[in-house]
Design a protein around this ligand. Sequence first.
Ligand code: CA
Length: 412
Amino acid sequence: MSVTEQTENRGTSADTGRGASTAPSAGPRLATAGRTDTGQVRPLNEDSWQIAGESETAHLWEQRGQLLVVADGMGGHAAGEVASQLAVETLYQQYYDEDDVPLPPAIRLERAVTEANLSVYEQAVTVDAQSGMGTTLVAAVVHEGRALIANVGDSRAYLIRDGQATQITTDHSWVAEQVKLGTITQEQAQTHAYRNLVTRCLGHRPGMQVDIFEHRLRTGDTLLLCSDGLSNQVPDSELAAVLTEQEPEQAVQTLIDTANEQGGPDNITAVVARVIELPAWLAEVEAATERPERLASKTTQPVRMEREQIEAATLAEAAGEPGAVASHRLRNTGRRRIQLSPRRRATLLLVLIALLALLAVVTLIALRAEKILRWLAWPPTSATRSAPQTWLSPQRFLDAPVVVWARSLASV
Ligand code: CA
């Protein structure tokens, strides 16, 4: 399939885009590129992508970062193309909406994905020809020294660092679930008949769950967002090699060519962002707040942010300065739990056991009081009734109102 060269920063059918953000002083400098191709088999390209352009959004990058997105549409009669385009456009508009609300990027991103879902869903239920359409969506926001990734479906985000590609997102697909359950292997999943079946997407329900991940970035890191038309055809090791050796603009073309050489059975989309330079102030903040080795180990594993963490991060960001939030947002879960030391816990347990034992003894005594008292009493039973009415007398004890009440309780 032919590829048309364009210099825009978005696309649906065969086109390409690139950029080198320059950046406002506070943000990282990125080299970006995006390209999509119909592939060798499908009649239409239902993938869409976009990279936030400098001329339109750079004034918001310091506060919100630069947004990149890939969506892979599904549905007959070209509805898949409509779904992916609508999702990308809505996400973009919502993310860069000109409001003054000081939302942190993670919250803003999650909300924008939720809005994108609603707009696809509303169109799918109102336009007959587009009924049942849906789309995957994977989006990245590069803000300060980190990447925030939002994912719904089986399009992927990878981090390429030191020549290795690490998948950041978790696929919401039937085969991914089966691999997790151990019923099929990773190799079987790649060729399975159901490998295109997604378990989560935009447009099918008014509500859906978005996965949000956060990654610290280093200079030289490369982010790749792609549709399954690329990740199913090109192994991770080759993604890593191409994205390590080539500049983003050349790399997206090479990746698409490679997928096409493998048969190109699906639409292929790749969006790439490479960190050319991180802001100097960020390095100073990191050096002052954490030891570099700890930072390095923290960034090698993908960190999935749960909703409550995102909400906690909102509070933290609202309260503190941005640099501090970048370092500590994942630690503050916002929960207030009563923490007891092991010693106090043991003491509490002992007290509880003692109380229960006491209760058991009292109950037993109340039930068996007469027998016990007769056994304890002196002189023995026959003489008890005629014994002097001292405070030790069993009968007097048994007739006491408290004992009568306790025995009645116990016998109930
Ligand atoms: Ca696809």
